[in-house]
Design a protein. Sequence first.
Length: 374
Amino acid sequence: MINITPAQRTWKIFKRTKPAVAGLVIIIMAAFAAVLGYLIMPDDSANANHMNLALSLKKPGTTFTLLLVPKEDKAEAVNILHKMLFGKPFRYQEVPIKNHLFKGDSIIVDEYLSDEDKPERKAYALAQIAASKIPENQFVKQHITTRTFWLGTDIYGRDMLSRLILGARVSLAVGLMAVLISLLIGVTVGALAGYYGGWIDSALSWLMNILWSLPALLLVIALSFALGKGLWQIFIAVGLSMWVEAARLVRGQVISLKQAEYIEAAKALGYTNRRIISRHILPNMIGPVLVIASSNFASAILLEAGLSFLGFGAQPPVPTWGGMIREHYGYIVMDAAYLAVLPGLAIMLIVYAFNLVTTGLRDAFDIKSQNIRL
């Protein structure tokens, strides 16, 4: 065995964790899109729920010309922070049109109904659309727009790209909150069981074994029934179903570390058990905890998608990837399979990215395997 420099060790770790870097890039991009949310979505209405039944089931890349007709009820203006978090009220009714012409004080449009029906000719008073009399070219610039649906539309005519982006926010939020809850409970229970041992360890281990024997999805469904349907209920239900893995890991690590000499020295110096656990034991097992946190993140996303597919997750119109598959899985055998395939690919990609990061963290914190043997 030979000693290697810190730079060589860093380069060796990097080569072994290159897939994890790729996974981390995917996660960062998804998190960036989730945080910005409505600011980068084509449909920035609340929950990306602006429906236009005439535009339902349109293929990816379809472009339409839309006449923007103001709604009767005036929408309140919102600041950029409110828009980023909650979207903004939609001020216009979008009327898909094929052609338009101006005639006196009216605009005549051929309103698109469907691919099978002929356009319907309608007349709108210019005063009904524009707040004041403006030239025709300025009217066209302000009230007639062209929109491309890059990923098509769903059965209700909603923009698929917008709902996929907002679905990333829901999935990552569920994963983050579930991991925080599971770590808070798991680290506490595992540390107590491993450090004190005796009847405390026996009782907590019995509880962990009971919950470990239950299928995670069934446990989450049972908790959802008890807590009710909703996004916050899903946070709690998924978190409460995942703490056992963290507790078992922490318990084993604590049992191993509490026999170390520096722990015996801390006890001899009269440090309290709370200080020994929080300042001397837990900081020395941050690596395994990060690995289990990353793994649980992927599991939480899968659990949330499964719950939404079964109808126990966040309720419509909140867009979730599992809910989008549930709404459109019947179209897989038709000519609109992308409606279910796109959210399925999103789930697969983000879970795969977290699994890559989990593997990379495991290799990075595997100190024994970082030495070079000759």
